[in-house]
Design a binder for this molecule. Structure first.
Ligand code: WTA
Length: 639
């Protein structure tokens, strides 16, 4: 199956069209069960979509997928501009070129642009446009507290009012188009509100997952130099209270020492976790959200921006200790997240959608906030821990809100699986229609448990493979169209040309295994690493010239299905969270008793991977349990 250089070009064309069509021909030889008929057993190779599911689906057959896929590859400009112009509002249409790209380092700098010259606004498209279309009174957000019994809702028009108030406040403290705003918030409604308010005024949000240490937060503040930091005083995670404001205070001292001082720290008083009287305060810099934001007008002008103006920065781990500021822009990201959300979850207006990811990760950006809101969806936000007060909490929430689409990570599936079926089956879950998985490969036994026990063998699972860098889904089942193989992310989304190459960068055809790359750009692709375009080119485009290199290994089976096998670089994936081995090593060696450290990932039954560190203590110190604990603590506080 190995390819040779001389027929490289021929294989190019072949490999894009062949995986899907070969599957159509060969799938009939596999042992299959039909969705809804019976549980998927270990002998079943595939789960076929049922007639009932397919009939109502946006993409009802393999045939339809193939038609659309072919159109998207043969004419990307036509395919994406058709969607962009019919489903979004543009103040002004883009110029002559729908996109322009250079993904080949041998031909000069890497450049990706989509809809350049088009003028729009993502917040406007999420809120105003949907309200104008009649969704004013539709629930936009359901919020469920960590503590059972506390909840809240916002309709689309209420959400717009909240967003406008914050947008007006941010403008009043001098935040302008292009300015960075660092956000360190837990899963409160104020988090998507903040993201949308930034986008409304053209500010660039940089959300930092509110589980990162003050060192990590400071590092990000120093890198993007925000005018404002937005946080809350504390949050409850399960039975534990986490004092977020203290972490921000430490980060602000740290970044001031490095020359970056922040004028405003807007702090939301999260009353269920901590009263304001108990919050440490720095007069002049710190401002209570509740004291200022509600005083501002509930409507605000939109800052119209170019499709290629930045929407947000999101830092992610790489092979070195320094996190990378992945930059996404406006137009392409908007079109891509909305379209992938709609098709991969077979979205219907009546859906109630719950993604368990935190907005501090890309999944929360693309598939808690932007993708669903652009579709006018009802989104559930859950503040707390998934097993609190007991491992049935998720299904309690599913029943309470009649959740129809449930999107989560394999690590949660495996941990709930270990707690036993009883916690699941005591709830009805009959509202569920589609399940989703993201963050790491889902092993077939976890897939079957998710499918059989959680979904009652009725709900297709969209195992979505993608990355912070890709903005949206890249390889994913379309429920209703494809037979599913447990553990396979199946086939590429529209417009995506995955290729598997060997170590020399030669494309492999047919059944094969190697490094996963992508040929040609797609609207949701990241455009650069903030302040370091060279690192962008070196990390992603130099390893295999001509392609975007994902950092993942992948194999393709004889039916054309893709199987992701995990990272091939120095990134480990712990509970679906990317961690650079170098980040952990540099934390370890900062410990006064540690001379050298080397970190690797080890297989972990629940977390996918665990962290394993080899450590050499300094002269005169020998290994002890105390040293071990103190090293672990160092890593925890620094990372
Ligand atoms: C891994 C998360 C297998 C992969 C959206 C990738 C997956 C990294 C899957 C990106 C999946 C994500 N199957 N592996 N469905 N989804 N990954 O940037 O190794 O936090 O490169 O984005 O997670 O992690 P990131």
């Amino acid at each position: 199956n190995h390819n040779h250089n001389h027929n490289h070009h021929f294989r190019h064309a072949d490999s894009t069209a062949s995986p899907p069509s070969s599957a159509v021909a060969k799938i009939s030889h596999l042992k299959a069960v039909v969705l809804g008929d019976a549980p998927a057993s270990e002998e079943d190779d595939v789960v076929l979509p049922s007639h009932d599911f397919s009939r109502q689906a946006l993409v009802p057959s393999q045939q339809k997928y193939l038609e659309m896929y072919k159109a998207s590859i043969e004419n990307p400009a036509g395919f994406w501009s058709g969607i962009a112009s019919s489903e979004f509002y543009w103040k002004q249409r883009w110029g002559d070129q729908v996109y322009s790209e250079n993904l080949d380092v041998r031909r000069g700098n890497i450049k990706i642009e989509w809809f350049k010259g088009g003028i729009t606004n993502v917040c406007y498209n999420c809120l105003d446009r949907n309200i104008d279309a009649g969704l004013a009174d539709k629930i936009a957000l359901y919020w469920e507290s960590n503590e059972p019994g506390f909840d809240a809702t916002l309709t689309y028009s209420q959400l717009l009012q909240r967003v406008c108030q914050l947008a007006n406040y941010l403008k009043s403290v001098g935040v302008r188009k292009g300015d960075a705003v660092v956000v360190y918030l837990p899963m409160l409604m104020e988090l998507p509100i903040t993201m949308l308010a930034c986008s409304r005024i053209g500010a660039v949000h940089s959300v930092v997952f509110a589980g990162f240490s003050s060192e990590s937060l400071a590092q990000r503040i120093v890198d993007c130099k925000p005018k404002v930091v937005i946080t809350c005083n504390a949050v409850k995670r399960g039975p534990k209270t986490v004092f977020l404001k203290d972490i921000v205070d430490a980060a602000l001292i740290d970044s001031a020492n490095k020359g970056i001082s922040v004028d405003v720290c807007l702090t939301y008083e999260n009353q269920l976790a901590l009263k304001r009287e108990k919050t440490k305060w720095k007069e002049g810099r710190d401002i209570w959200w509740e004291d200022v934001v509600p005083k501002y007008p509930t409507s605000s002008d939109v800052e119209w921006v170019d499709a290629e103006d930045p929407l947000f920065l999101l830092y992610t781990s790489g092979s070195t200790g320094k996190p990378k500021g992945v930059l996404h822009t406006t137009g392409g990201y908007m079109v891509y997240t909305a379209t992938t959300f709609k098709y991969a979850f077979d979205y219907k207006d009546s859906d109630v959608y719950w993604c368990t990811a935190d907005c501090g990760w890309i999944t929360g950006h693309s598939y808690v906030t932007y993708g669903p809101m652009l579709n006018g969806a009802t989104v559930l936000l859950y503040e707390g821990a998934p097993s609190y007060p007991d491992p049935g909490r998720c299904w309690d929430i599913v029943d309470k809100y009649k959740v129809t689409i449930f999107y989560t990570a394999p690590t949660l599936v495996r941990s709930l699986m270990r707690d036993g079926d009883e916690y699941v089956t005591r709830y009805s879950r009959k509202s569920l229609r589609v399940l989703g998985s993201v963050g790491e490969p889902i092993n077939p036994s976890a897939w079957r448990w998710f499918f059989n026990v959680v979904g009652g063998s009725r709900c297709p699972i969209s195992d979505t493979w993608w990355q912070t860098e890709t903005g949206g889904f890249m390889i994913t089942p379309l429920p209703g169209a494809w037979p599913q193989k447990p553990g396979s992310a199946t086939f590429p989304f529209f417009g995506i040309q995955p290729v598997i190459v060997d170590e020399k960068g030669v494309e492999l055809g047919g059944e094969c295994s190697g490094y996963l790359c992508v040929k040609s750009s797609w609207p949701g692709a990241f455009r650069t690493l903030y302040g370091d375009h060279e690192r962008y080119e070196t990390t992603y485009f130099k390893p295999f010239p001509g392609y975007y290199f994902t950092g993942d290994g992948c194999s393709r089976d004889k039916d054309g299905y893709h199987w992701l096998t995990g990272r091939v670089d120095d990134v480990i994936n712990v509970s679906g969270h990317r961690i650079g081995t170098a980040e952990v090593e540099s934390a370890l060696v900062s410990h006064p008793q540690c001379a050298e450290a080397a970190v690797v990932g080890v297989e972990h039954q629940v977390k996918g991977q665990g962290i394993y560190a080899f450590v050499t203590p300094v002269e005169g110190i020998s290994y002890s349990d105390e040293l071990r604990k103190s090293l672990i603590l160092t890593v925890r506080t620094q990372v």
